[in-house]
Write a protein that binds this ligand. Structure first.
Ligand SMILES: CC(C)(COP(=O)(O)OP(=O)(O)OC[C@H]1O[C@@H](n2cnc3c(N)ncnc32)[C@H](O)[C@@H]1OP(=O)(O)O)[C@@H](O)C(=O)NCCC(=O)NCCS
Length: 177
């Protein structure tokens, strides 16, 4: 378990899957993700079984928020594509429960993942990709210390047109705890 001020990150259980299926069928949530078709419970269960075969550092972590004595699931996040020789990894996050957007949870989780990536996994470079028309995510990443690196021009098609995909990163020497 990784604890922050208001949230904790933990491994995913089968019981979490129905919430993910609900959120991943919400057009507002998936707009910023690479998903572009509806998703079923059966597909999510298959994804879960495959996910368990990934290296442990690359398995997504559930984001729980503390509500009194209880913990409530908000979404998930995690590293993938870890390149151990170059000590570089990509990050992803989604908060499925929209009532929690714009309250600093996304940036809190990103800071926890930077801490985990640099202090525990011994990474040197942590990067992410974000669509240019996702200002909420871009702002959350900027607040967490990510800097703009460049973009892939018109690399993503949605809402009837092409969008640039922005790259953002944090290097270990510039990371501020
Ligand atoms: C992206 C996401 C993780 C951000 O989490 P969050 O908890 O909402 O983010 P935060 O509250 O930490 O920060 C959001 C910031 O964006 C700002 N913001 C919101 N809408 C904005 C807009 N249209 N234009 C500019 N800034 C905006 C907020 O005001 C806030 O900044 P502030 O704290 O300076 O006021 C979350 O919204 C999410 O999961 N969205 C759906 C999936 C997704 O897009 N994932 C990212 C894929 S790259």
């Amino acid at each position: 378990m990784i604890y922050g001020d208001r949230v904790r990150l933990r491994h995913m259980e089968k019981d979490d899957l129905p919430s993910f299926v609900e959120w991943l069928n919400d057009p507002e949530v998936v707009r910023g993700l690479s998903l572009y078709t509806p998703i079923s419970m059966v597909e999510e269960q298959e994804w879960f079984e495959t996910m368990l075969k990934r290296p442990i550092e690359e398995r997504p972590l559930c984001i729980d928020v503390q509500k009194g004595d209880e913990w409530e699931l908000l979404g998930n996040c995690g590293f993938f594509g870890i390149d151990w020789r170059n000590r570089s990894a990509e990050l992803g996050i989604f908060i499925g429960d929209k009532s929690y957007w714009d309250q600093g949870y996304g940036s809190e989780v990103m800071k926890m993942l930077l801490q985990h990536g640099f202090s525990t996994l011994n990474l040197h470079r942590i990067y992410l990709r974000v669509f240019e028309d996702n200002p909420r995510a871009i702002r959350a990443y900027e607040k967490s210390g990510f800097v703009h690196e460049g973009s892939q021009r018109q690399a993503e098609f949605h809402d009837g047109r092409f969008h640039d995909v922005l790259f953002m990163s944090v290097l270990r020497p510039e990371w501020v705890e």
